[in-house]
Design a protein around this ligand. Sequence first.
Ligand code: TXA
Ligand code: MG
Length: 325
Amino acid sequence: MARIIDSTQHKAQAISEAVRLLGSGQLVAIPTETVYGLAADATNAAAIALIYEVKGRPRFNPLICHMADLAMAEHYAIFDPLSLKLAKAFWPGPLTLVLPLRLDGSIHPLASAGLECIGIRVPQGFAGRLIAAFGRPLAAPSANLSGKISPTTAAHVAVDLGEAIELIIDGGPADIGVESTIVKVEGGRVRLLRPGGLCVKDIEDRLGVSVERNRSQSIEAPGMLASHYAPDARLRLNVESVGPDEVLINFGNRAIDGAQNARAAFDLSPSGDLHEAAANLFSTLKQADQLGAKVIAIAPIPGHNLGEAIHDRLLRASAPRDEMP
Ligand code: TXA
Ligand code: MG
């Protein structure tokens, strides 16, 4: 079973142990402000291969490379003016930019799954400090088994990967709770590849241009398979009523018919706060799923701001399972 080091209490030890393991090609689960990541040295082919193996992840799915700061990122990728503006405005933070890879950089092609573009982000807090101490980028997908719900606590990571890795750094519950927003700038157009923890409106306000939403499941973001974040239960979305065999996930303390007789009831944010709802989303889905009900019924949630990422994840969680990787 993996060792767990609490980085809020033992930061120096957490960093030195993680640097040692990463330097010897091993994987370490680390907290980020979005979700927990399963990190490997992005320049080490064997270490990256271990990520795919441990997660059971399809090989064609590229990984996000995490950098300590913009200077490190510029060493590995080529920035156009709009991407540079976004990086300066929102890094460190929940934004991933897909950028042309510099051929003289040392990121291993396995990390970008052989694509000529690379997904880069600069995470806040402990993860950023760890990368600075390590001195090289870390490739890190979410620290869950492929197709399962992303972890927002160290305990979630331990359930999925505790037997497969040596060290989990516990930084407490993730602040944001959904993965980063992924955008790609091409020919002066800004395209959304995945809604996430940074609201599209914040990007548009900062750039003064509108962001194009890309709803196709194309190879643009190959990880975005329709069915993802799969709980065992079936999800029923936008419910106004709930049955006695179902578990209810409410939002904003809404009046839902049959709620008092539901098998169990949760509320992502009784006060109707989308930030709180995003932070609680994955852990609540896991808790609801653990109750063993066949159906999880989910109340309507507004689709603006962080609601866009919440809707995206719920749609994936409710997609038909035959598209599972
Ligand atoms: O918040 C996050 O982004 C978390 C934390 C750990 O940083 N990471 C995360 O990674 O969600 P992952 O591997 O679960 O999702 C990465 C997504 C995938 O859908 C992948 O297809 C897309 O990013 N991606 C990565 N590199 C790409 C590239 N070069 N071109 C297009 N899409 C890319
Ligand atoms: Mg993931």
